[in-house]
Design a protein around this ligand. Sequence first.
Ligand SMILES: Cc1cc2nc3c(=O)[nH]c(=O)nc-3n(C[C@H](O)[C@H](O)[C@H](O)COP(=O)(O)OP(=O)(O)OC[C@H]3O[C@@H](n4cnc5c(N)ncnc54)[C@H](O)[C@@H]3O)c2cc1C
Length: 474
Amino acid sequence: MSPEATARFVRALSDIVGKAHVFTDPDMTARYVIDWTGRWHGGTTAVVRPGRTEEVVGVMRLCREFGIGVVAQGGNTGLVGGSIPMHGEIVLSSERLDAIEAVDPIARTLAAGAGTTVAEAQTAAQRVGLTFGVDLASRDSATLGGIVATNAGGVRVIKYGDTRAQLLGIEAVTSDGSVLTRWKNFTKDNVGYHLPGLLAGSEGTLAVITKVLMKLHVPPTRTEVMLAGVETIESALALTDALRRAGLTIEAAELMTDDGMTLVLQHRKLRHPLGDSAPYYLLVEASGSPDVATVLLETLEQAGDLVVDATLEHGDRLWEFRESHTESVNAASVTPPVKLDVATPVAELESFIGVLRREIDSVFPSVRLIVFGHLADGNVHVNLLDADPAVAQRITEFVFELVVAHNGSISAEHGVGRSKAPWIHLGRSAVDIDLMKAIRHGVDPAHILNPHILPANSAPPTAVARSSARIPPR
Ligand SMILES: Cc1cc2nc3c(=O)[nH]c(=O)nc-3n(C[C@H](O)[C@H](O)[C@H](O)COP(=O)(O)OP(=O)(O)OC[C@H]3O[C@@H](n4cnc5c(N)ncnc54)[C@H](O)[C@@H]3O)c2cc1C
């Protein structure tokens, strides 16, 4: 776009949302064009912060008229580079779409703007004695629009399912400025395609989500947290199963390794929570009995040799060891860590991690491997520290091929975004990819919604391609 056209475009944006909510100054846009991992640095024509759905409509119509790409952004905590404009697209930030409109304790639903954070939704639910069923360590920044757009998982999937499973309704603006509203605060509404489900996981490629209607849940009356050191993943799975068979409800079941624990202890200056270290640690939060602690203790006793050492606690302190992993990994790596969120069938997890460890040690000896994740979902976060950017691609490919050999998925919960787009064929068949492209083309024929992520179906709009000259060098 010529400088004159850009100036006209920015003026028109200001007319829609107000001058105070359009940023073009690089100091003001800086935090919107770099991702949480530090891996993706982009550049943008403008950051726009609409405060109402009507303003989103105006912005989308304008972008379509000018052929400008749009990257929707929530808390910018995504780990696959999908929220970063790499080709001069505008950033449409949901920061000001943050009103909690209603919390219905009878229907058990929460209606809120897409920019509401997960932590705010959790607090609003707690105020009426309910619980919000999505929880993740990025809760203070990650938004409801973001968790829907990525179909986020997190630590409560084992009990409540992923975000899609808890999404009842949606309001979203398509690329031509139409407003899609599916809004029924009950589950049984079977009229045609489930469009909210389609938008869940669409990563900003089908529409800009402006409001969401989420299910809430009755919280457990009492929970206890157990941390157990175990020799093998098989033991961790057997212990989780024994707890279930003892009548407990598993609220969360997380896996850590001794390397990861050591990193956290160093970074957070914490003391080891157990008397003896172990190759793996299982963190379980359990409920479902008036005396959860006793059932946990009895089950641990019966587990015998399965467990090296264990401790119980009522409260959140043991969670710190698990939740500090991501920041400890980031702090410890001399290069931006390669972070790969993958899943295998639970029965294949032990073999997958074993082969991965051996092969990384022998083929990439200078790279450190830290694995942790959501055990019961077979979902592990593979973190490769100190990986020279020149070999990052080769390591990624190697890990994904190993995942496929173990019948797994190359993206368990973070989505595809930019970082996994080249390998999407490892996760989906050609027919599947073509169908996704056809849906995308049908919904966004101008191809302006996050045009460079997921399987792109055509060349991006020319204005966007030309504006890529504005990207600062990486
Ligand atoms: C410490 C840490 C822990 C994490 N733990 C987990 C975890 O346990 N499970 C998990 O699944 N993820 C996890 N994540 C990843 C991340 O928090 C999630 O992907 C989250 O859903 C992103 O929300 P966000 O608001 O930050 O979205 P962003 O990062 O801003 O955007 C992510 C994607 O969604 C799109 N998008 C955002 N808002 C909208 C909107 N309103 N309309 C349309 N598209 C939109 C963007 O275009 C982009 O493609 C973690 C991240 C960190 C930093």
